[in-house]
Design a protein around this ligand. Structure first.
Ligand code: ATP
Ligand code: MG
Length: 631
C-alpha cells in the first residue's frame, strides 16, 4: 500500500511539472529565466555542475560521476574541462564528435549511460527544464520560430543567441494552421526519456548491408504519400530516426568505428554544421551532443587509414583508461556483484582486494626508476604511504607512461571468474584463495592474452598470493590481541611520549603518582628492535618521528599510528611478538585442549563480529594461517 502511495505521489509530481502554452507565453517565461533556452551541450555541463564540484589539492572533483565511475577522477576532470565545459560555452570543440576511447570493460558504456540517465532526471528539474514546439516529432526548439532577420534584436533583448532553422514540418504548420503568427504556436515542456525516445538516442552498428540510413534520419512514410501527394511534403515523412529523436539531448553512438562510413558523414555534418540532410528537404537543424565510443585497437586501425583523416580531425578523442587504484577496483567489483545474482554469497574480507591487486598489477607499467617495483607503485597509486616516496614521486610515476591503464585485465573477467567459482563449486562462501585459483585457471583459456603476458600475469598471481598470506596472518594475529586497535594506539601513544621526552631531554610525569620519570629506554628499544633499528640508529629514528609529527601538525593533519609506515610495523610486530607462539600452536593443533578451544572460539567470534567473516570463512582463515605459520 505504502508503495502504491509513492507511485501515486510520483505521478502527481509529474503532473505538476507539465506546462503548455503559446510561444508568446513561453517568451514571457524566458525573459525571467533565460537559462531555459540553453543548448544541449550547456545542459549537459550544467547537469554535471549541478551535482557539485569540489576542489581538493588543486584538483577538481566532479561529484556527478561518484556513484558509478570509480578511480577515474583525472579522466573525468579532463573530459569536463576539455570537452563539456568549453562545448557549453559554444567553443569549437562543440563541433566535434566526442569519442571515448578505452580498453574493453573500462566503463565507457557506463559513463554514457550515466550521462543519459542523468539528463533524464535533470530535465525534471527547474535548471534542466526543456521546452519544445508541441507535437513536433523532433521536439524542436521553439526559438527556431524567430525569423532570421529578427534574431539580432532578440539576442539584444533576451541575451539568448539562436542557432538553427525552423524544420520543414513546423514551417508548414506555422503557415497553414497559424497563418504565420509565431506567437500562437503551441509550446510544451518535455521530459527526456530514452524509453519514450525523447531527447536521448542510441545507435549501434549492425550488419552494414542491411542497416539503413533511415535508422538515423527517418524515412518517407509510404502509407501517407498518396494522401499528401508528394515525397517532399514533410507530413509524408517520418522524423523518427535516432538523430531526430535525440534532438535537444544526447545521442550515443556505440562502437562508432565499426560503422559504415555513410553513417559517419551524417554525424559529421550534424556536429560541424548543426544540421543534417533527410529526405528531400532542406537541411534539418538539430542540437544534440554526440558521444561515441570505441576500443583502442579499432581506433588505431581507424587512424592508420589515410582515408579517415577528415573524419578524424572532426573528432575529439578522450581516453577512458582502466582504474589504477586497488581500493577503487574493489568498489567496482562490489558494485558489479551487487547487480548480479551472486550477491547473496558470502565473500570473505580481503577477497576482492586481493583480486584487485592482481588486476591492477596487470595494468601497470614498469617504472624506469630503479628503486620501485610494481607492488610499491600499486600502493603509491592507491594513496598509501610508502617509506621513501613523496607525492612528487607519485606524480612523476604517473607521467612516465601516458598509455598506462590502456591494457591489462578487465573487471568483467574478474567477475566472471568469481561467478564461475561460485557456480561450479556451489559454494556459499568464497575467499581470496578460491578467487586467485580461479583467476589463474582462467588465464589459459583467455583468448586475448599473449604468451608473454600470461607469464607475467601468473607471476602477479603469486605476488598477490604472498600479499594475501601477510594480510591473513596479520588478521588472525590481530584477532588474538584483545581489542587490537586500542592496544596498538595505547602502545604507540606511550612510545611517542617517551620519544618526545628523550629528544627534548625532559622527563615524563607518572599519571597516577605524579612522580617524574626518565624516558623508558627499555620500552622504546623493545619496539624499535622489531624493525631492526640499531642502538646507533635509534636517535635518528626518534628524531625523524618527531619531525613527521610536527609536519603533520603544521598541515593540520592528525598523526596516528598509520601515519608512519615503519612505526606502525614496529608496533604491530611488538604486539604480535608476545603472541606468536600462542597463535601458532592454537591455530595448528589438531587436538586442542579446553583452553585452546576457548581461545579459538573467541578468535572466531572476533573475526565474525568485528572483521566481517562468517563462521565458515573464519575457520578457513584460521586453518590456513595455521598451515602458513608451520611452514
Ligand atoms: N572505472 C569504473 N568504475 C565503475 N565501474 C566500472 C569501471 N570500469 C568498469 N566498470 C564496470 O565494468 C563493467 C563493464 O563496463 P562497461 O560496459 O561500461 O565498459 P565498456 O568500456 O563499455 O566496455 P566494452 O568496450 O566492452 O563495451 C560495468 O559493470 C561497469 O560498471
Ligand atoms: Mg560498452
Amino acid at each position: 500500500m505504502d508503495f502504491l502511495k509513492k507511485v501515486q505521489s510520483y505521478r502527481e509530481e509529474e503532473e505538476n511539472l507539465k506546462w503548455e502554452g503559446t510561444f508568446g507565453e513561453y517568451l514571457d517565461m524566458l525573459r525571467e529565466r533565460p537559462y531555459l533556452a540553453q543548448s544541449s551541450h550547456s545542459r549537459v555541463y550544467n547537469m554535471i555542475k549541478h551535482a557539485g564540484i569540489e576542489e581538493q589539492n588543486g584538483k577538481v572533483h566532479y561529484k556527478f560521476f561518484d556513484d558509478q565511475i570509480f578511480g577515474l577522477e583525472e579522466a573525468m576532470e579532463k573530459l569536463v574541462e576539455e570537452y563539456f565545459h568549453p562545448a557549453a560555452k559554444r567553443l569549437d570543440v562543440k563541433k566535434r564528435i566526442l569519442l571515448l576511447m578505452g580498453p574493453v570493460s573500462g566503463g565507457k558504456s557506463t559513463l554514457v549511460t550515466l550521462l543519459k540517465r542523468g539528463l533524464e532526471r535533470f530535465s525534471h528539474t527547474d535548471e534542466g527544464a526543456v521546452y519544445a514546439i508541441k507535437g513536433c516529432p523532433m521536439h524542436e526548439d521553439p526559438l527556431h520560430l524567430i525569423p532570421q532577420h529578427l534574431r539580432e534584436d532578440f539576442a539584444d533583448e533576451f541575451g539568448v543567441r539562436i542557432e538553427g532553422n525552423l524544420s520543414p514540418l513546423n514551417l508548414m504548420r506555422l503557415e497553414q494552421e497559424f497563418g504565420g503568427r509565431i506567437e500562437d504556436m503551441p509550446v510544451e515542456r518535455i521530459f527526456f526519456s530514452e524509453d519514450k525516445r525523447t531527447g536521448i538516442g542510441t545507435f549501434s552498428p549492425s550488419d552494414p548491408k542491411s542497416q539503413d540510413i533511415a535508422d538515423l534520419t527517418g524515412s518517407i512514410d509510404f502509407s501517407t504519400i498518396a494522401e499528401y501527394g508528394s515525397e517532399s511534403d514533410p507530413r509524408a515523412y517520418r522524423f523518427d530516426g535516432e538523430l531526430n529523436k535525440a534532438n535537444r539531448g544526447i545521442m550515443e553512438f556505440q562502437e562508432m568505428l565499426k560503422c559504415d562510413e555513410k553513417f559517419l558523414w551524417h554525424l559529421l555534418s550534424l556536429t560541424q554544421e548543426g544540421n543534417f540532410k533527410a529526405g528531400r528537404f532542406a537541411l534539418i537543424s538539430a542540437d544534440e551532443m554526440i558521444i561515441a565510443h570505441t576500443n583502442e585497437s579499432e581506433y588505431r586501425s581507424f587512424i592508420s587509414n589515410k582515408k579517415n583523416e577528415a573524419l578524424h580531425s572532426r573528432m575529439i578523442v578522450m581516453p577512458v583508461p582502466y582504474n589504477l587504484k586497488v581500493t577503487q577496483e574493489e568498489r567496482i567489483y562490489d558494485k558489479m556483484i551487487n547487480q548480479s545474482d551472486i550477491r547473496d554469497v558470502h565473500i570473505a574480507p580481503h577477497t576482492l582486494k586481493v583480486a584487485a591487486m592482481f588486476t591492477i598489477m596487470t595494468r601497470l607499467k614498469d617504472s624506469n626508476k630503479n628503486n620501485i617495483d610494481l607492488l610499491k607503485k600499486m600502493r603509491l597509486y592507491d594513496g598509501e604511504t610508502v617509506e621513501g616516496f613523496s607525492d612528487v614521486d607519485v606524480e612523476e610515476l604517473r607521467n612516465e607512461h601516458h598509455d598506462e591503464g590502456m591494457s591489462g585485465i578487465d573487471p568483467r573477467y574478474v567477475i566472471n571468474r568469481i561467478s564461475s567459482t561460485i557456480i561450479k563449486k556451489e559454494m556459499t562462501s568464497i575467499n581470496a584463495l578460491d578467487v586467485l585459483r580461479s583467476l589463474k585457471e582462467g588465464l589459459s583459456s583467455h583468448a586475448s592474452i599473449s604468451k608473454d603476458d600470461r607469464e607475467r600475469y601468473l607471476n602477479f598471481i603469486s605476488v598477490a598470493r604472498k600479499e594475501y598470506d601477510e594480510i591473513a596472518k596479520k588478521e588472525v594475529q590481530k584477532a588474538f590481541v584483545y581489542s587490537y586497535e586500542e592496544s596498538a594506539k595505547t602502545l604507540m601513544d606511550n612510545y611517542l611520549d617517551n620519544v618526545e621526552a628523550y629528544c627534548n631531554k625532559s622527563k615524563l610525569r607518572d599519571p597516577l603518582t605524579g612522580e617524574e620519570l626518565n624516558p623508558d629506554e627499555k620500552l622504546m628499544r623493545s619496539i624499535e628492535e622489531q624493525i631492526g633499528i640499531s642502538e646507533n640508529a635509534k636517535k635518528a629514528f626518534r628524531e625523524e618521528i618527531l619531525i613527521r609529527i610536527s609536519a603533520y601538525a603544521r598541515k593540520g593533519k592528525k598523526f596516528d599510528y598509520s601515519s608512519h609506515e615503519r612505526l606502525r610495523e614496529a608496533i604491530q610486530k611488538k604486539l604480535f611478538a608476545d603472541l606468536k607462539d600462542v597463535v601458532k600452536i592454537t591455530t595448528s593443533t589438531k587436538t586442542p585442549d579446553e583452553q585452546q578451544l576457548k581461545k579459538v572460539n573467541e578468535v572466531v567470534a572476533t573475526l565474525v563480529e568485528e572483521y566481517g567473516y562468517n563462521s565458515s570463512s573464519a575457520n578457513e582463515l584460521l586453518r590456513y594461517v595455521g598451515s602458513l605459520l608451520n611452514r
